[in-house]
Design a protein around this ligand. Structure first.
Ligand code: SF4
Ligand code: SF4
Length: 213
């Protein structure tokens, strides 16, 4: 079981800039609607680690760069304009978290009983992965991997959409050799919560009442 403190997402109208800034300064993620059609996401400045949840919340919107603001209400916070095609994503995050009071939330997640991020998730093998897998060359060919139309090599998913290496016990069959994308997948991130919601119907990572997950 891993305990994480995750940011809570809140939506703010244009007249609530100060409140939106205070929320993000408190560790939460603020969706700030500058107008009905333009939203910015504000998160605490990423700490430079690969597991920073703010950074992943940005990446999950299809953005790889962010701006750290200097001066004004949002001083010191990182921000991106939310692409219009991702408005539904930030609305969904805010709706999910609307029942949570503060800007951060502690929760416990058990990857051993989950495995959701190993399902319906096409893992691209990077150069470093291919190097690592040189000791098991069969793993970069069918039936374990295939070349996509864009030339990238990806791990094969079964008809069930499970990664071919995912065991019935939700353990990775190539754990020591697993690709970088799997190593860096951040527990408690928006991608993690979304995978759990999509695969197991668990909102906010919470198990249904009476469940032992
Ligand atoms: S979705 Fe999250 S909790 Fe589930 S296995 Fe992946 S990182 Fe762990
Ligand atoms: S290689 Fe292992 S960790 Fe990565 S998606 Fe497959 S089962 Fe999951």
């Amino acid at each position: 079981m891993t305990r994480v403190v995750r940011p809570v997402v809140r939506s703010f109208g244009a007249q609530f800039a100060r409140e939106a800034a205070a929320w993000a300064l408190g560790g939460g993620h603020s969706v700030y609607w500058e107008s009905k059609t333009r939203a910015r996401l504000f998160v605490p400045k990423p700490d430079g680690s690969q597991t920073d949840l703010g950074l992943w919340a940005i990446l999950d919107l299809g953005r790889s760069r962010y701006q750290v603001l200097s001066g004004g209400a949002f001083d010191g916070l990182a921000s991106v304009v939310v692409p219009r095609s991702s408005h539904w994503i930030v609305k969904r995050r805010a709706e999910r978290d609307s029942v949570i009071a503060g800007p951060t939330r502690k929760l416990s997640l058990d990857c051993g009983t989950c495995g959701s991020c190993c399902r319906s998730n096409e893992v691209v093998l990077e150069r470093a992965d291919l190097e690592r897998l040189r000791e098991r060359p069969e793993l970069i060919r069918r039936p374990f991997a295939r070349r996509r139309a864009d030339g990238k090599i990806v791990l094969v998913l079964l008809r069930s959409n499970d990664c071919k290496h995912l065991g019935n016990d939700n353990r990775c069959g190539i754990y020591e050799l697993r690709p970088n994308a799997c190593r860096s997948f951040p527990i408690g991130s928006e991608c993690c919560l979304y995978a759990r919601e999509d695969e197991m119907g668990l909102y906010d990572g919470l198990p249904p009442e009476g469940s032992v997950l």
